[in-house]
Design a protein around this ligand. Structure first.
Ligand SMILES: [Zn+2]
Length: 238
């Protein structure tokens, strides 16, 4: 089961909290995972670093980049840092086209990104929009003609911080039991920038594990939740 993924993360750590288990499962199975982080979250998702005296934007960015690189390495993923400013994250054509080129090159089996709605974090909505714009561009025959266009990789949304407020309705739970220690190790890479989230997402994995077991009858203890955007196509029901 070798599956390739492109994961679009608004900030330096989103991909770890929300999909670190799935990423580790994919790379452990021999798949290629490219994480694109559109910004380092230096303005809006690095409060713990800004509390340190004498902190500068350059130092915050360097720390967040180091953390993201260490987490990606732990998960076995490749990391592309676009390093745009966050809060607010702005869409530009270069960002969309760069992401489209990555999609064409990786030819992912799945795309992962944020929910379209997040009342607390408009950057997450922007990342969702950029993902869909890039997917369309990568599918367009008139974009850099002569290259194979992207097929139709399904998009899955990863779990936002306050799922009810974002209209998130999980359509699948993935058993991350085999890689839960790897996800924990990746989350620990973020302990300078966002230490308060490590326990929160460890506990969320346990709660989602309970839900996954309840929905399957399988002895699952740790899970991640995702919502499918597109209909699942198969020879029978999934
Ligand atoms: Zn974020």
């Amino acid at each position: 089961m070798s599956k390739n993924l492109v994961v679009v993360s608004a900030h330096a750590a989103d991909f770890v909290w929300r999909s670190g288990g799935l990423i580790a499962l994919a790379t452990r199975g021999g798949g290629r995972v490219v994480v694109v982080t559109l910004s380092l979250g230096a303005r809006g998702e690095s409060a713990n670093l800004w509390r340190q005296p004498g902190m500068t934007m350059e130092a915050v960015k360097a720390q967040r980049r180091a953390e993201a690189e260490a987490a990606a390495k732990t998960l076995g993923a490749e990391l592309v840092v676009m390093d745009r400013m966050d809060y607010p994250l702005e869409v530009d054509m270069e960002m969309v086209e760069s992401l489209a080129r990555i999609m064409r090159e990786v030819r992912p089996d799945y795309l992962l990104t944020h929910t379209p709605k997040d009342p607390y974090n408009k950057d997450h909505e922007t990342a969702h929009r950029v993902t869909f714009l890039a997917r369309e561009v990568a599918q367009a025959h008139g974009f850099e003609p002569g290259q194979p266009v992207l097929g139709a990789p399904p998009v899955y949304l990863f779990e936002p911080h306050q799922p009810e407020m974002c209209g998130f309705r999980p359509t699948c739970f993935v058993d991350i039991g085999p890689v839960v220690e790897t996800k924990l190790a990746a989350m620990k890479c973020m302990e300078q920038g966002q230490p308060h989230l490590i326990a929160y997402y460890r506990e969320l994995a346990e709660r989602r594990g309970v839900h996954a077991a309840r929905n399957s009858g399988r002895p699952i203890r740790h899970a991640e939740a995702f919502e499918a955007v597109h209909p699942v196509v198969g020879d029978f029901l999934p």
